[in-house]
Ligand binder design. Structure first.
Ligand SMILES: [Zn+2]
Length: 286
């Protein structure tokens, strides 16, 4: 069942199926079961393994996802390269709903999640300066452009615990740091992939403007009011982010995302991680 060329895809909220013709396999791990059975199939000649990050019925909120089991299970099936698309909110007025941000940096603001395989006694302090695989990033950017979607090459995702969305003050702070998108699942997923020696990259499908950003876009207010804590009138008048709107937008864009993943999965077949160091710092592959 293990397949050395298989590409893993971890689908986020609203993304429960990659292709139809699949074999579902149940995998157990030392960390318990992954979020769902893993769907093995083929995309444009490439073997793929698809896993629904939140379960097939979205029963697992971001802080309840067993990230360690998910990554472990994929590796047990022979996966060495993982694409982990996610939904995200835009923190900057130049990043719009519908954009595909191929992130190159990550800020972790989550807490309390099982975020490492190194629980002792053996410890390995891995390099994580560049959290995303450059080869997979390149493949995603090229695939997005090939498919004609609006691609943002590079960007910082700040990962929040959720499941609630940000307050206006939190969102304003995230923007002020220059971070680009906000999400709830990229940590610890990206770090765990690195620990296992897996290549990992994400494409963040922007579903909405985070609280307050839309008004900056509409009013052209480049400078945010209230830098000392006051909330601008524009921000006060803006509607808060809603789960219904985010999920609905994601569904509308799911086909485009699927096409990008098809192309990226097929194109990484010849790369085989040759130009990156992702595997070098991870677990010994067996
Ligand atoms: Zn890599």
């Amino acid at each position: 069942m293990a397949h050395p060329e298989r590409v893993g895809v971890i689908g986020g909220s609203g993304f429960y199926r990659l292709v139809d013709d699949v074999e579902h396999v149940v995998v157990d791990t030392p960390y318990g079961p992954p979020s769902a059975p893993i769907a093995l199939g083929e995309v444009e000649g490439r073997a793929v393994a698809f896993l629904a990050r939140h379960g097939t019925g979205h029963e697992l909120p971001p802080h309840q996802v067993n990230y360690r089991a998910n990554l472990w299970a994929l590796r047990a099936l022979g996966v060495r390269r993982v694409l982990g698309p996610c939904a995200a909110g835009s923190l900057q007025s130049h990043i719009h709903p519908g954009d595909f941000v191929v992130c190159d940096q990550l800020v972790d603001r989550t807490w309390g999640r099982a975020g490492t395989f190194f629980d002792g006694p053996e410890t390995n302090h891995l390099a994580f300066a560049d959290p995303y695989c450059p080869c997979l990033r390149q493949a995603l950017v090229a695939a997005g452009r090939d498919r004609g979607v609006s691609v943002v090459d590079g960007g910082t995702v700040v990962v929040v615990p959720g499941p609630r969305f940000s307050t206006r003050a939190e969102s304003r702070w995230h923007r002020a740091q220059g971070w680009d998108v906000v999400n709830m699942t990229q940590s610890p997923e990206a770090a765990l992939a690195r620990e296992l020696g897996l290549c990992y990259a994400t494409v963040a499908l922007v579903t909405d403007y985070d609280t307050g950003v839309e008004d900056l876009e509409e009013t052209g207010a480049a400078q945010e009011a209230g830098s000392h804590g006051a909330v601008s009138q524009e921000a006060v008048s803006q509607e808060a982010v809603s789960q219904e709107a985010v999920f609905a937008f994601f569904q509308e864009n799911l086909d485009r995302l699927r096409q990008v993943l098809f192309t990226a999965s097929a194109s990484v077949s010849s790369q085989a991680g040759a130009d990156c160091a992702c595997a070098a710092s991870g677990f010994p592959l067996s």
